[in-house]
Every structure is written in C-alpha cells, then in structure tokens.
Design a binder for this molecule. Structure first.
Ligand SMILES: C[S@@+](CC[C@H](N)C(=O)[O-])C[C@H]1O[C@@H](n2cnc3c(N)ncnc32)[C@H](O)[C@@H]1O
Length: 245
C-alpha cells in the first residue's frame, strides 16, 4: 500500500509536475471557482502581485510573512504546501527551505496551477509539484515536519474541508507544525464587518464558515493538538498554528 504513496525524494515521472491530469477536478472547484483557478485564462488574470494584495485588502505581505515565520525558524527536513497560491509565497518558502537544506512538496488538484507554479520557480528547482486532492492525499503518514495551508479552507465545502484538515494532520509528524491562514469575522468596530460577508459569499459560497473562527476551519477540538491563534487587520484574517499531537 505505502509503496504507491509519494515519498519525499521520489523521482517524478516528468520534470516539475508529477502525474498530469489524472486527478478529477472537485465539483465545488469546477462550479464555484472556474473563473479563479480552473479556466486557463484565470492564471493570466490573477497571477499579479498587486491583484492578490488587493483581494486581501493590502495584507498579502504581512500575512504571507507571518505564515512563513510561523512555520519555524529553520525549514530543514520535509515541508508540505497544501494547494498553490497566487503571488510569491511559494518561491519565498522554497528559497528558505533550500537555504536550510530541506525539501518542499507542493500539492494541487489542478495541473494548470502546478504548471503556473513551475514557471514561478527557478528552472533547477528541487521543489516537487504533485497533482493530488487535499482531501485524499497519496502521501504516507507522518512524512512531513510542517505544512502550510494559505487561504484554501474557505473555498472548500465543510465535508471536504474536514477531510483536508484530517489528511494534513495525518501526513505531518507528531510534534510537527501546521499553519493555516484564512478569512475570519471582522471585529465589531471594523468598517467591513457587515458588508464583507454578503459580498464575498456571492463569490465564495463556503467562506461564511470561517466567521466561526477555528471551529469553522474544522480543526480537531483542543487539547488534541496545541494551537495558537493570531488575528490580523481588525480580525478579518486568522492564522492558526497547530502543533501535531
Ligand atoms: C490555496 S487556494 C486560494 C489561494 C488564494 N486565493 C491565492 O491564490 O492567493 C487556491 C488553490 O487551491 C487549489 N485547490 C482547491 N481545492 C483543492 C483540493 N481539493 N485539492 C488540492 N488543491 C485544491 C486550487 O486548484 C488553487 O490552486
């Protein structure tokens, strides 16, 4: 069984991207996010630093820097990024991992997104890009020292989200770190508290779940795994850092 699972350091069938086009595109992605990720033109539209920053109300740099810092002071060993993101988070993560002598795997269910990532990394990158669904990872238990999920969970229906979190916990080693960054409910005084949710819910139907904080993220109840929570931009964003039990 485990022989079929990707292990850090395994050879890839072809450079950069393993197993192209073999994973079914989840229905929620096809129906709700064709315009953002699935359509081939989406990458050309959204892969712009200023646009990603605009969507996050000018907080991209702060949030991505905080997430990278929360992964730990040294990124040796094996790191996993669950789903690609627009912007330069992955190139920055890959550079830190390489500087610390570690290895990085990035999974995504869409070949077009993995291909886009390949173009953002140096030609000789050691980063492995694996076409996989976050809710059923073909990765062995307790493989990684740390994992990051950056604005993935609000896009997934609750049942898929719960499986994504469970799968991430499964593949991270006990004592390893999991960093999750996503939207949250702005505080009572925030000017966007009552307007942001109706707006974003039209585009992103599952995002409202994030308003429930870590519970909406489908995290296991404490004290199963130690967690810290940080809020940003008047509560509009949350970063949860878990230490795998
Ligand atoms: C991380 S999320 C959102 C990131 C954020 N909006 C950004 O780009 O800055 C977007 C990525 O998640 C991927 N994705 C969504 N559902 C997935 C799943 N079930 N398995 C793997 N990747 C998934 C999409 O293909 C897309 O590349």
């Amino acid at each position: 069984m485990l022989a079929n699972l990707a292990q850090p350091g395994d050879a890839m069938p072809h450079p950069g991207v393993a197993a192209v086009g073999e994973t079914p595109v989840p229905e929620y992605l096809r129906l709700n996010y064709w315009w953002a990720y699935v359509h081939p033109a989406a990458v050309r539209v959204f892969e712009r630093g200023w646009l990603v920053d605009l969507i996050l109300w000018g907080n991209y740099r702060q949030l991505s820097a905080a997430a990278l810092a929360a992964l730990g002071p040294r990124l040796d060993g094996d790191s996993l990024q669950v789903a690609c993101v627009y912007g330069d988070l992955t190139p920055r993560l890959a550079a830190r991992v390489a500087a610390d002598g570690g290895a990085l795997d990035v999974i995504d269910v869409l070949p077009v997104q993995l291909d886009n990532l390949r173009h953002k990394l140096p030609g000789d990158t050691a980063v492995r890009m694996l076409e996989q669904d976050s809710s059923c990872l073909a990765l062995a238990d307790a493989t990684y020292d740390r994992a990051i999920l950056f604005f993935l969970l609000h896009e997934q229906p609750a049942d898929i989200r719960a499986r994504t979190v469970a799968e991430t916990l499964r593949v991270v080693k006990p004592g390893g770190t999991i960093v999750l960054v996503d939207f949250a409910r702005p505080r009572w005084w925030h000017p966007l508290r009552y307007t942001w949710l109706p707006f974003i819910s039209r585009l992103e139907p599952f995002a409202a779940d994030m308003w429930r904080g870590p519970n909406g993220m489908c995290l296991p109840p404490e004290p199963a795994h130690q967690r810290t929570i940080r809020r940003f931009f008047g509560g509009m964003f949350q970063m949860v850092t878990l230490t795998r039990a």
